[in-house]
Ligand binder design. Structure first.
Ligand SMILES: NC(=O)C1=CN([C@@H]2O[C@H](COP(=O)(O)OP(=O)(O)OC[C@H]3O[C@@H](n4cnc5c(N)ncnc54)[C@H](O)[C@@H]3O)[C@@H](O)[C@H]2O)C=CC1
Ligand SMILES: O=C(O)[C@@H]1CCC=N1
Length: 270
């Protein structure tokens, strides 16, 4: 393997932690992944949980990094990025995970730094089954983008998209695990309502969700075709699907994706 990059994770919470796990899974050693959270105790906790190296000094961590991953909240970027700017080398790659922060905004907060890759990941990267959309700034070379994509390759479907598609990506991937969890939660609750234990209901619903996704991926069927194959004429499934239609679940899911995308646009407008 060629020399490993030195990576600095600024903020390893829900998403940064998942990305840190992906980076370690890609084969980067713990000594080459430095982390800093809001407080020293939180930094120590994240370093332990994700098997990373705690950073003592922001200045040193930024100076030593080949790649900096921004895992802080969008509203913190304006205050925190200028602190990084003065220690950045021109060729340090800054990778943002943040919703609602454009490459132009990031560049401005980083004092004109050009080597920026915007991404939109989702939390299943933690278990090696995520999605990461990658949006490089114009000044980033294909080779630099590939270096970052390699960090995610073992943990996610990596998709390069133009930056203006990020809002649709948030609805379909970034926020979407929460929509799936919501569906799972509702189905588990109803299973309990009907007399299954919570453990039984959770096991069945989660295994069915995972199995259904795997079936679509492996058999290449459209979701509609896969659904038809479950639906016996005059049987139980068609009645269930009719109830979903009556309850407006299809429209509800579409509205959820649209609301997430609309809010993403709103965040970018500031
Ligand atoms: N949670 C998710 O599923 C997704 C989140 N994102 C993006 O990821 C980013 C992080 O979101 P979450 O992980 O959900 O938030 P979080 O609140 O779980 O994590 C934020 C982390 O930043 C750290 N932090 C706060 N202030 C800091 C400072 N001054 N210096 C260093 N670290 C600091 C906190 O200690 C915490 O670990 C956001 O920009 C969000 O838009 C993107 C896609 C999905
Ligand atoms: O809720 C959020 O704003 C972040 C971005 C996508 C998923 N979580």
């Amino acid at each position: 393997m060629t020399k490993q990059p030195t990576i600095f994770m600024l903020g390893a919470g829900s998403m940064g932690g998942a990305v840190a796990t992906a980076i370690r899974r890609s084969g980067i050693d713990a000594q080459n992944v430095h982390v800093m959270n809001s407080r020293p105790e939180s930094t120590e906790r994240a370093a332990k949980e994700y098997d990373l190296t705690p950073a003592d000094s922001l200045e040193d961590a930024v100076r030593e990094a080949d790649i900096i991953i921004l895992g802080i909240k969008p509203y913190q970027l304006a205050a925190q990025l200028p602190k990084l700017a003065e220690h950045l080398s021109a060729d340090t790659l800054v990778v943002s995970l943040a919703a609602g922060a454009t490459i132009d905004t990031l560049r401005e907060h980083l004092g004109g730094h050009e080597k920026i890759i915007r991404t939109m990941p989702n939390t299943p990267v933690a278990v090696g089954s995520g999605v990461v959309a990658v949006m490089p700034a114009d000044a980033v070379t294909d080779e630099e983008t590939a270096t970052v994509e390699e960090l995610f390759a073992a943990s996610a479907d990596v998709v390069r998209v133009p930056e203006d598609k990020v809002h649709q990506v948030i609805g379909a991937a970034g926020s979407a695990p929460a929509f799936m969890f919501y569906v799972a939660e509702a189905m588990i609750d109803e299973g309990v309502m009907q007399g299954l234990t919570r453990d039984q209901a959770a096991e069945m619903v989660i295994a069915t969700m995972a199995g259904s996704a795997k079936l679509l991926q492996e058999q290449g069927l459209s979701p509609a075709e896969a659904r038809y194959r479950v639906s016996s004429p005059g049987g139980t499934t068609v009645r269930g699907v009719a109830a979903l239609e009556e309850a407006g679940v299809r429209v509800g899911l579409a509205k959820a994706m649209r609301a997430a995308a609309d809010w993403s646009r709103h965040m970018e407008e500031g």
